[in-house]
Design a protein around this ligand. Structure first.
Ligand code: C5P
Length: 410
């Protein structure tokens, strides 16, 4: 599970047409194992019903400060209890009115009371008309919340409900989830640490339209970058071409070729505490890249391949053990022997090996079965798990290696 598992999330929903999207967010948080207490403002209840959220969370849904108590006296202290026990408060969508209430410390509805009582991190995902968003009053209120440590996600530019395009659309929900995870992870075991993660395969050009590539989806690397962020780290993700969304709160450096990945990774490793090389780097590239599209002829075509640099080994040669280095070994048999060989050949502290011939493990899948081979001779076999869970366990192990070396560098 990710950092959301077992956490108490208060989800405040305000009266915007984007309120219907909060139901999907709520479902995602529940599926990730969070206990979600939903608070609907009076205006939100005009757009979505408590029953929607009750059904998703199987918990009471809060809203009308006075009506709820009249109907159920046990809720008489809900306006303080919910906020006191929260691990994070997420307001999505956040309207201009609620942002103003929170900025000014008003306590005239259940959501505002909860926010005032709570000391948990606050995440706001604004959604409103572009004029309301750009108004100096709203901007000043958002600035007040940010100065107090709140996280702002969006809004984005796009089509608004009134039919015009402008700034004011709710951010993608995966960004809201990412920001919530990052807020929960603040001050975690990798706080103050710099982590570099590589992901995806590389594309090695043959000519302007063709390349040599591999089947890596980048899912494992992206999950590792998110797990490191959730542990409090500042993360740089160097990624080959993938069809995955940019993860929230992570500096992403997109690259295409192994040589570009080598340059970006070596640059990012300067001053880093941890490198996790999850990328499936092409071992070879076409020795010559044609600047014109190769024409089809009836004959066989021979392409000479030249070796690419081994990025992990190059990082080890340049930086030694100044940072902890984690490598991967995707094998089709002889897993233990190959992992041990790579541990030493590449100067890694940890090699995460998997047998890609096993169904459900490796390229493109959502799950992976990994065994971690440590430089100290330790062997830890993990069961088949979803990649985000594998990532959490690898980052925990790597984080312990970083911690054992002492002093945060930031
Ligand atoms: O040798 P092999 O490609 O199996 O090694 C896998 C490990 O080495 C992975 O961590 C991968 O990211 C890294 N690697 C590298 N540079 C290469 C090839 C692999 O850093 N050119």
């Amino acid at each position: 599970m990710t950092i959301l598992a077992g956490k108490r999330v208060v989800l405040g929903v305000c009266g915007s047409i984007a309120a219907f999207k909060a139901a999907q967010l709520c479902s995602t948080l529940v599926q990730a194992g969070a206990e979600v207490d939903v608070i609907l403002t009076r205006a939100a209840r005009e757009f979505v019903t408590p029953l929607t959220f009750q059904s998703l969370t199987r918990r009471a849904v809060y809203g009308d400060l006075y009506g709820d108590v009249a109907a159920n006296p046990s809720l008489s202290s809900a306006h303080v209890d919910v906020g006191m026990h929260a691990d994070v408060l997420v307001v999505c969508p956040a309207t201009a009115t609620t942002i103003a209430r929170l900025a000014h410390g008003l306590a005239d509805d259940m959501l505002a009371c909860t926010a005032l009582v709570s000391r948990a991190p606050l995440v706001i995902a604004p959604a409103m008309n572009v004029g309301m968003w750009e108004h100096l009053a709203t901007q000043a209120n958002v600035a007040t919340l940010l100065a107090r440590g709140a996280t702002q996600v969006g809004p984005t530019f796009g089509r608004l409900a009134e039919g015009i395009s402008g700034m004011g659309r709710l951010a993608p929900l995966e960004d809201v989830v990412g920001a919530t995870r990052a807020a929960l992870g603040r001050g975690g075991p990798l706080a103050g640490r710099r982590v570099v993660v590589t992901a995806g395969g590389t594309h090695e050009p043959i000519d302007p339209v063709r390349f040599v590539g591999n089947r890596s989806s980048g899912k494992m690397g992206h999950a590792l970058a998110e797990a490191a962020r959730d542990a409090g780290a500042m993360v740089v993700l160097v990624t080959g071409p993938v069809s995955l969304a940019r993860p929230w709160g992570i500096e992403v450096v997109p690259v295409e070729t192994a040589r570009q990945m080598a340059d970006a990774t070596l640059g990012a490793c300067e001053g880093a505490d941890l490198l996790v090389m999850a990328a499936a780097v092409a071992d070879y590239r076409p020795a010559v890249e044609s600047d014109r599209k190769l024409k089809r002829s009836g004959d066989a075509l021979a392409i000479t391949l030249a070796p690419n640099p081994d990025i992990l080994a190059t990082v080890s040669a340049r930086f030694g053990d100044r940072l902890v280095k984690v490598g991967f070994a995707a094998e089709t048999g002889e897993v233990a022997a190959e992992a041990t060989r790579k541990l030493h050949a590449k100067g890694a502290h940890l090699i995460c090996a998997n047998d890609v011939s096993e169904v459900g493990s490796g390229f493109g899948t959502d799950t992976n079965r990994v065994t971690m081979f440590g430089r100290d001779g330790s062997v830890e076999a993990l069961p088949m798990l979803p990649k985000p869970e594998v990532a959490t366990l690898i980052i925990a192990r790597a984080g312990a290696l970083v911690a054992a070396r002492g002093g945060a560098t930031a």
